[in-house]
Design a protein around this ligand. Structure first.
Ligand code: SAM
Length: 266
């Protein structure tokens, strides 16, 4: 049976460059007790090289036709769980309960940022993450304060993970050829952090608020808290723009606001 035609609405650009596939597999350093979750396995370009070496793999693919193709083509099916669902909606904690897993995927570009935020809810169950993403997204993931690409995504993801760009991949490595270049990236959840946020939702809201007015100094963006009496000037120079505030300084800002709120409520 012929493989189904690529569907644009599912961001289907299949990896065809065997050198890139080999490099990805080598970087994964697969062990025989590894449990993998692959998002968007497609026609199995990466999947079929993982299966022989891992303990088990869960394949989460939105396209029913591709799930059927994979079921027909992949060997060692006792190791494989097929799930035909949308990764953005799927509750991973159902699948894994107490098992830690390794996440891998060549993600569709249109949903890569929401998926990264979605995975963050499951970070305590994740051993590591290896993803092929649009190069511009990886630029943002690894950007440091002061860089043009530094923003909300950099702060939120660097708070959760140590992030390493492994490989830049040209558009010709895919079929059909996408309009953008890609990068393969590794995210390792922090085991021990120097600083931790006391209120994750507040932290997320503070980072979002500051970057929603990227050109403003944070004294203006955080005016509401300063007027309430939070002594933010003790934590960070409030005349800086958000693009110059480090992850640990965002944590300090958020924790100062959280502590102030708790003291007010006593
Ligand atoms: N991994 C394959 C490869 O490297 O050749 C396919 C990569 S292709 C860029 C993205 C894959 O993700 C497609 O198979 C597509 O159907 C699937 N996909 C798209 N949106 C998805 C979603 N929301 N949840 C799960 N899979 C999705």
């Amino acid at each position: 049976m012929k493989a189904p035609r690529p569907k644009k609405r599912f961001g289907q650009n299949f990896l065809i460059d065997q050198n890139v596939i080999n490099e990805i597999i080598s970087e994964l350093k697969i062990c025989d007790n590894d449990t993998f979750l692959e998002i968007g396995p497609g026609k199995g370009a990466i999947t079929k090289h993982i299966i022989p070496f891992c303990k088990e793999i869960i394949l989460l693919e939105i396209d029913f036709d591709l799930v059927n193709l994979l079921k027909r083509n992949l060997c060692e099916q006792h190791k494989i769980t097929f799930i035909n669902d949308d990764a953005l909606k799927y509750d991973l904690s159902n699948e894994f309960k107490n098992t830690k897993f390794r996440l891998v995927g060549n993600l569709p570009y249109n949903i890569s940022t929401p998926l990264l935020f979605h995975f963050s809810s499951f970070v305590s169950q994740i051993v590591d993450i290896h993803l092929m993403l649009q190069k511009e997204v990886v630029d943002r993931l690894v950007a440091k304060p002061g860089a043009k690409s530094y923003g909300r995504l950099s702060v939120m993801m660097q708070y959760q993970y140590k992030i390493y760009r492994i490989l830049d991949v040209s558009a010709e490595a895919f079929n059909p050829i996408p309009k953008v270049n890609s990068s393969f990236v590794r995210l390792l959840p922090h085991l021990n952090r120097d600083v931790s946020v006391t209120d994750e939702l507040l932290f997320s809201n503070i980072v979002k608020l500051c970057f929603s007015k990227r050109r403003k100094i944070i004294k203006n963006s955080l005016k509401k808290y300063i007027e309430q009496g939070v002594q933010l000037e003790k934590t960070v120079d409030l005349n800086l723009r958000p693009e110059n505030i480090s992850v640990s300084d965002f944590v300090a800002l958020s924790n100062a606001i959280s502590t102030f709120g708790q003291n007010q409520n006593r």
